[in-house]
Write a protein of this length. Structure first.
Length: 268
């Protein structure tokens, strides 16, 4: 249904949380616009003291390598090397498809066994998550003013949610392979009415809280002159907040599951 757009973004997201709550989030992406292209990579690290650290770089950023049910990603300039071994079946859906472009969401690993090394920090070993977004429509043309996203990477009962508030409201909640379109996702709870499943998360520890889109765009305009003029101001000024929390999943007739939750809200 979509036609060719002069905007294209392919963005990989990887994460992992250790038993002690240390968390590492990694990004690897390539963005194209008007025959120009730039790659970037970055990470967010939540250390054992609850302090967040981040670093980004642009140009010549590596993309992941897939080998069966294993995904590996390494960036020698950021001193990161990670491996994610799938612990749950992938899920995929199109979040948008119109004449202006599409947004394809592919969650390669809703739950994974991960081992991630950052510099000389103790490795992150535990459960992780991997997804990839590919979009040809500028996101501000999709008609949402607020985005909530999160994942509960439990190997027996993974939950992933995407909630777009705007005109109209839209959400997607995957519980394992099952997709719900009429669930509820807030900053503390995810509810799936069909199965009476509830994921409640508390103890939010911030990983990031800033105008991240503004930061990225200001960094890429050296390779994409004019891209800041192409991007609406309200989108540039979006406030993005990301947390690591402790989650408990309950479904009648099934054992209670607990684990770490990574989730975010972006306000445009």
């Amino acid at each position: 249904m979509s036609i060719k757009s002069n905007f294209n973004l392919k963005k990989w997201y990887f994460d992992g949380v250790s038993e002690d709550g240390r968390a590492l989030i990694c990004y690897s992406a390539v963005m194209s616009w008007r025959m120009l292209s730039v790659q970037y990579a970055s990470y967010l690290y939540l250390d054992a003291n609850g302090q967040a650290h981040s670093e980004s770089r642009y140009r010549d950023a590596p993309l992941p390598v897939t080998d069966g049910d294993i995904i590996r990603w390494e960036d020698t300039k950021l001193y990161i090397k990670g491996e994610w071994r799938s612990a749950a079946a992938p899920v995929r859906t199109k979040l948008h498809d119109s004449e202006e472009g599409y947004l394809d969401w592919h969650c390669h690993q809703p739950a994974a066994h991960c081992h991630i090394q950052l510099r000389d920090e103790p490795p992150i070993t535990g459960f992780g998550y991997v997804e990839c977004l590919e979009m040809t429509i500028p996101p501000w043309k999709m008609g949402f003013s607020e985005l909530r996203w999160g994942r509960f990477a439990h190997p027996e009962s993974p939950v992933v949610w995407i909630d777009l508030r705007g005109e109209p409201n839209r959400n997607w909640i995957f519980s394992g392979q099952e997709l719900t379109r009429n669930g509820e996702a807030t900053d503390t709870t995810v509810r799936i009415p069909e199965s009476d499943t509830k994921l409640i998360f508390a103890g939010h520890t911030p990983i990031e809280d800033k105008q991240k889109i503004m930061e990225v765009v200001q960094s890429v305009i050296g390779w994409m002159p004019g891209f800041d003029q192409f991007t609406p101001l309200h989108f540039l000024k979006a406030q993005e907040t990301k947390w690591r929390s402790r989650g408990t999943l309950t479904t009648p007739g099934q054992p209670e599951r607990s684990g770490w939750v990574i989730h975010e809200i972006v306000k445009f």
